[in-house]
Ligand binder design. Sequence first.
Ligand code: FES
Length: 114
Amino acid sequence: MTFQPTFTLVCHIDDIPARGARRIYTSAFEVALFRTSDNRIFALKNECPHKHAALSEGIVHGHSVACPLHNWVIDLKTGTAQGANEGCTPALETKTDEKGNIYLAIPKEEGAAA
Ligand code: FES
């Protein structure tokens, strides 16, 4: 089964604090959009792979976020837990245009009704 992502405008980079996050609500699940100190944007399902805490409440450092509940460190690019911890939360693709508009890839099953 193949999935064709659809990019949807969700916000502007200035809507996300540096080293912070913003919640985006999709029909599938809640997404956390993260902005790193080097102004990269990453998107993860807003749910820690450990006990489901909101990763948007975590502390962003480098290209990772530390979960607010038990401090697991999650890679922002892959959603994978780092170190000795095991687990993964879905990572979504993003695009940022020259004006700073951020687009989020919301997966859509090929052939599904729009
Ligand atoms: S819920 Fe995130 S580390 Fe436990």
